[in-house]
Design a protein around this ligand. Structure first.
Ligand SMILES: Nc1nc2c(ncn2[C@@H]2O[C@H](COP(=O)(O)OP(=O)(O)OP(=O)(O)O)[C@@H](O)[C@H]2O)c(=O)[nH]1
Length: 444
């Protein structure tokens, strides 16, 4: 054997061993070209990705994941370095949780490496169980934080059985600036306008009844109107039955902590997990988690919850005319208009390439249609300026409501989608509400 044939045989054996390793690796591995075209895929990846591709034809990784990780193509396009990590452990939520009520929705973790200008390597794994445990851990961490807090940065507020402040003390004054006049007011007085609804406030009390405590985090407002970022824990007093408490008699304890200084760290972590990279609104995972939670609450205390699905019209034409970057500018613009139009308590998310979803708690069909209509008008009247050009854009929207029915998130999504389809079919730049006649119509 010559030295050359020996080297060749050794390289061939190494290559074979590497292929064997890729093939048998316990995680999903996909090698693609720069445009996402699949060059090599191992069985674990095929198993994870196949359900996403309706025709079972796995040709392009970006296309296969377009419906659930629309930002991927953009992330790669933005990655300027010749090689390196494009994203590390990006969580991709598949569908809602309805189909798997006990286990929750399936979540994949994706790490994408740029090997060189022509090749990418994706590492995929199923992290559903880990995500469920993380969520539990986050709650526990926040709870411990509330217990271990220093003694000067919290307000200790007594609430009666209906959630009204039952007495004033110094800690309330120190953290919120409220005086005795706060007594008798619903605890929503500590929330900025639009950050809660009476139903939500009530839910927190019911959650505390059931679990022994209820914790959330978000903006709060002081008596002078200034806002701060707070962690708030409500727990029922141990020997008191809130339903039997007299009005004004303390039945719950609310611990309100000013955590404004930690907000940056909290925000950064949340952003990396729950934010759509391109538009800054919530991503699919955040949307489905929040929607599941809201519809579960809805089951316990029925009230209307509306869903608006928004889709940019003829978006392909915008891309064709102004390039992908022009299309991205339009998507960012839409994200801003959506965030500015809906309430803080509404969940605005990008759930597909040019598709957004908004969940409106405690909102009936008419109210949701009115806001969607306002958004439609705004978008139509405000073209995007990009690279010296004005890009006109319109949207279509479908609106549905879950009001005391056992619809589930998938059922609600389906109805909103049928209404959106009707809006597209009726000529676009329209808002359509779901009606029974649309049932059975094709879903897009
Ligand atoms: N710029 C940009 N385009 C995207 C992104 N995600 C998906 N798209 C594009 O969005 C377009 C969606 O096109 P279609 O689903 O055919 O729909 P449409 O052209 O908007 O037409 P209608 O929805 O029927 O009004 C495709 O061309 C996708 O490539 C993205 O993140 N950025």
């Amino acid at each position: 054997m010559t030295a050359d044939t020996e080297t060749y045989a050794r390289l061939a054996a190494e290559h074979e061993a590497l292929m064997q390793f890729l093939y048998l690796a316990p995680v999903g591995l996909v090698q693609t070209a720069a445009d996402g075209e699949i060059l090599m895929i191992n069985p674990v990846s095929a198993q994870l990705l196949m359900p996403l591709q309706r025709d079972g034809n796995l040709v392009n990784l970006f296309d296969a994941l377009a419906g659930v990780a629309p930002e991927l193509r953009h992330l790669c396009a933005m990655f300027a370095r010749p090689n390196g990590m494009v994203c590390d452990g990006l969580h991709i939520q598949l569908g809602g949780g309805d189909a798997r009520p006990k286990r929750g929705p399936q979540v994949l973790s994706l790490t994408l490496l740029k090997l060189d200008e022509a090749r990418l390597m994706a590492v995929l794994s199923d992290v559903t169980e880990q995500v469920r445990r993380d969520r539990q851990l986050r709650q526990n961490e926040a709870w411990l934080g509330a217990l271990l807090t220093s003694i000067t940065d919290y307000a200790l507020v007594g609430l009666d059985g209906t959630g009204r402040v039952s007495a004033w003390n110094e800690t309330i004054g120190r953290v919120t600036g409220h005086g005795e006049d706060v007594v008798g007011q619903p605890y929503a007085v500590f929330y900025p306008e639009g950050a809660t609804t009476p139903h939500h406030a009530d839910d927190r009390l019911r959650e505390a009844d059931q679990n022994g405590w209820s914790l959330d985090e978000g903006p709060r407002v002081r008596a002078d109107g200034s806002e701060f970022w707070a962690s708030a824990m409500i727990s029922p007093l141990p020997d008191r039955d809130p339903a039997q408490a007299e009005p004004g008699e303390t039945a719950y304890c609310l611990v309100l902590r000013d955590v404004s200084d930690k907000r940056e760290a909290i925000d950064a972590r949340r952003k990396s997990l729950f934010c759509d990279h391109l538009t800054g609104v919530a991503n699919r995972r955040a949307f489905f988690e929040a929607a599941e939670l809201e519809l579960n609450r809805n089951r316990r205390a029925p009230r209307p919850t509306a869903l608006v699905l928004v889709d940019a019209d003829h978006f392909k034409r915008i891309n064709d005319r102004h390039g992908h970057a022009g299309g991205d500018a339009v998507l960012r613009h839409l994200g801003q208009l959506l965030s500015a139009t809906f309430r803080q308590v509404d969940v605005v998310a990008r759930v597909g390439g040019e598709e957004f979803a908004v969940l409106l708690p405690s909102s009936d069909l008419d109210a949701a249609v009115a806001v969607a209509e306002r958004l439609r008008g705004l978008v139509a009247s405000r073209p995007v300026t990009y690279d010296g050009a004005q890009i006109a854009c319109t949207i279509s929207a479908g609106v549905a409501v879950c009001d005391g029915e056992a619809l589930g998130l998938n059922g609600l999504m389906k109805r909103a989608d049928q209404a959106l389809y009707a809006a597209k079919a009726a000529g676009r730049d329209r808002v359509e509400r779901w009606r029974p006649a649309l049932d059975g119509e094709v879903q897009r």
